[in-house]
Design a binder for this molecule. Structure first.
Ligand SMILES: C[S@@+](CC[C@H](N)C(=O)[O-])C[C@H]1O[C@@H](n2cnc3c(N)ncnc32)[C@H](O)[C@@H]1O
Length: 338
């Protein structure tokens, strides 16, 4: 990470910042948890615009120096933790928040640092580790069996040509280990049919799939949403910005199925009143970036913001939620020790 990038020369545009600020405008002296510190965009803005205290979390140790800069400016109101979503329940077990924010995916710091291997332009060692990951992409790509590799590309990347890409990865590694991003890009390009109508890069889906797998992103999000909801005060808000369909499907499911205002499956049944209904959410309401934000920051075009309000004190861990996404978590766990 280039340390000449400072908070003042920030290269990450915080997505939907005005919308997040408006949704939290009632919290002027409260407690925020920023679960995705990234370039510090939200944390810094909230510190400047309110008198609130901000706890921020990120799994990426490389951006700690940005957090240190913020800490110097706001020593009493800001704390930073290098952690994953799955750890927030334990870290903040004695605290409750007025608002908890997730801005999922990668920061521009991660994407533009070619040594991290998130970009197709990288020629460096394969990695895609966001930080604190248990898996190593070089080991995975050179050892995984074809069936599971194909499944990862299909399920996490929704890649239609998963089969041929997986086959070509296996063929290529039989000659020599695949060690860098340039080799992976070459294999994907050779495998994909030419489709001139395609608006996205041919590597996008494979890269998304491998990144999600290496960082166990689905498990992290499922646990993160549950733990965050537990940490909310009654009346507190949870806000989630997602960037692709799997993330959004999970957020929508969580908000819809654990909300009081979810529609009844039949009008003859009594009104929903189950113990796990702990949120109030306008679950069909999605907030998207304005055309002017998209013009200024094109990657924001796929962002979707959903939010919900905690409306009950008791909370039981909704096993059913985790169960509903077993298709993804079972796949993420194929390397787990038996
Ligand atoms: C899109 S960026 C956030 C940008 C930030 N909102 C800003 O305005 O600067 C997402 C960040 O979330 C972090 N992240 C993703 N998954 C995480 C997880 N499971 N636990 C902790 N941090 C995570 C990434 O490392 C990345 O820095």
């Amino acid at each position: 990470m280039k340390k000449n990038i400072t908070l003042e020369k920030n290269i990450h545009f915080p997505v939907l910042l005005t919308e997040v600020e408006n949704l939290c405008s009632n919290i002027q002296k409260g407690d925020f948890l920023d679960c995705t510190f990234g370039g510090g965009g939200y944390s810094l803005h909230l510190l400047k615009k309110t008198s609130s205290r901000i706890d921020a979390v990120d799994r990426d140790k490389n951006i700690k120096y940005l957090a240190d800069e913020i800490k110097k400016k706001f020593p009493k109101r800001f704390r930073f933790f290098i952690q994953k979503f799955s750890q927030i329940g334990e870290t903040f077990k004695d605290k409750k928040f007025d608002a908890i924010i997730f801005d999922l995916g990668l920061s521009s710091y991660q994407l533009k640092d070619l040594s991290r291997g998130f970009s197709f332009k990288s020629k460096d060692k394969l990695s895609m580790d966001m930080g604190l990951s248990d898996l190593n992409l070089i080991e995975v790509i050179n050892s995984i069996d074809e069936k599971n590799l194909k499944l990862i590309l299909k399920v996490f990347g929704e890649e239609k040509e998963a089969s041929i890409i997986a086959k070509n990865i296996i063929k290529r590694r039989a000659i020599d280990n695949i060690l860098n991003t340039r080799d992976l890009v070459e294999i994907i390009k050779k495998s994909k049919k030419k489709n001139f109508k395609n608006k996205i890069d041919v590597c996008t889906k494979t890269f998304q799939a491998l990144r999600m797998f290496i960082n166990q992103e689905v498990s992290e999000l499922l646990i993160g949403l549950v733990e965050a909801t537990k940490l909310l005060k009654v009346g507190g808000k949870i806000l989630v910005i997602s960037f692709h369909s799997i993330e959004d499907k999970i957020v929508k499911y969580f908000f819809k199925n654990f909300s009081f205002d979810k529609p009844n499956s039949s009008r003859y049944l009594p009104k929903n009143n189950q113990k796990n209904n702990i949120l109030f959410s306008k679950f069909n309401k999605i907030i998207k970036p304005s055309p002017s934000e998209i013009k200024k920051n094109p990657p924001s075009r796929s962002a979707k913001l959903r939010y919900a309000i905690r409306c009950k004190n008791n909370f039981e861990f909704p096993n059913e939620f985790i169960e509903s996404f077993k298709k993804y978590t079972n796949l993420e766990n194929i390397y787990a020790k038996k």
